[in-house]
Design a protein around this ligand. Structure first.
Ligand code: SF4
Ligand code: SF4
Length: 319
């Protein structure tokens, strides 16, 4: 028996202990789904209930076992339950090659845009206000491997819902994508049943602000100037110094926060840039990024800022 089979058997045997043989067929289905979602997650397969239900419904052996439930006695039901879990888990190792629109992948992270998405943005099928730039050097966590890393180059992503990793275009009530016909390239190639789509993305070119706004020379020049004067590494060093000096360099840090804040607002006003798209033009503000270092910035009535420890643990954005 292989290690995987041994682990499955242990998991299934643990599940048997409190199995009520008195379930009707609906209760059997409900419990089966719940247990399979759990057992799959123990095998690092994060599948939604909708995805698991679809898989079970497609599997003839599972269908027949469920069918036989009503005419089986208590002892037989224990055996059926055991077989169902085993067969169900096997079936989940080989997912049907179809999207059941469960929204699970859209809840892990919003997509990064690639060159293939240029027209979607230029044609405003995806409005600028729904985009955010993550700048070179920002810490992020891969939604696929959960590995944290620093972005080697900037990328543009769809926004996520406040305080969540869920894509802004996912309708939480229906699990459906609100821009399905115009969804980005990543959403088209990334599937939960085949990892090759994710690998394919690594050979593609990510969309950058310079490409997106090519031809708008003044804007490109200003975005690059902002990047040179207020790059993420600078913020990182300021917080490192704050730590080393045990807070003595806080004024220097606050000056940098104020400068960056002033820069983006001043330029926005001068060029009449839409305020709801500033995080695309300039990335997230220094004040907002302070959370990555465990701080939050509070505005005082006199217009100055104060730096306070942030009690809620900051989660790096995902890419
Ligand atoms: S591709 Fe995404 S939405 Fe489609 S079934 Fe898989 S996890 Fe669900
Ligand atoms: S754009 Fe649509 S398909 Fe892509 S992550 Fe968002 S909700 Fe999902």
């Amino acid at each position: 028996m292989s290690e995987l089979e041994r682990r499955d058997k242990n998991q299934i045997d643990r599940t048997i202990v409190d199995t009520p043989a008195k379930w009707d067929r609906d209760a059997l289905r409900a419990n089966l789904l719940e247990r399979l979602v759990f057992l799959a997650s123990e095998q690092e397969l994060e599948l939604s209930e909708k995805r698991v239900r679809f898989q079970i419904e497609q599997d003839q052996s599972c269908r027949e076992l469920i069918e036989s439930w009503s005419r089986s006695d208590d002892t037989q039901r224990i055996a059926i339950w055991k077989k169902l879990l085993r067969r169900g888990l096997e079936s989940l190792q080989d997912l049907a090659k179809t999207c059941v629109r469960c929204g699970q992948c859209c809840r892990k992270s919003s997509p990064t845009l690639y060159l293939q998405d240029l027209e979607l943005v230029r044609s405003e099928k995806i409005p600028l206000s729904n985009l955010v730039t993550l700048r070179k050097g920002e810490p992020v966590t891969s939604p696929f491997s959960q590995t944290p890393f620093y972005l080697p180059e900037e990328c543009i992503k769809l926004r996520e819902k406040p305080g969540a990793t869920e894509c802004i275009f996912l309708d939480s009530a229906t699990d459906l994508c609100l821009i399905y016909q115009s969804r980005p390239y990543q959403c088209q190639v990334q599937t939960c049943w085949d990892a090759s789509g994710i690998k394919e993305l690594t050979s593609q070119t990510m969309l950058t602000r310079n490409t997106l706004f090519a031809g708008l020379d003044t804007l490109v020049e200003i975005m690059n100037d902002h990047e040179n004067r207020c790059h993420f590494e600078m913020l990182y060093e300021l917080f490192e110094t704050l730590k080393e000096t045990q807070g003595e360099s806080v004024e220097e840090l606050l000056d940098a926060l104020a400068f960056e804040d002033h820069y983006r607002n001043f330029i926005a006003e001068k060029l009449n840039l839409p305020r709801d798209s500033l995080e695309l033009f300039f990335g997230r503000s220094f004040s907002k990024l302070a959370r990555l270092f465990g701080y939050r910035v509070e505005d005082r009535p006199d217009g100055s800022h104060v730096l306070l420890p942030d009690e809620s643990l900051a989660r790096p954005s995902e890419s």
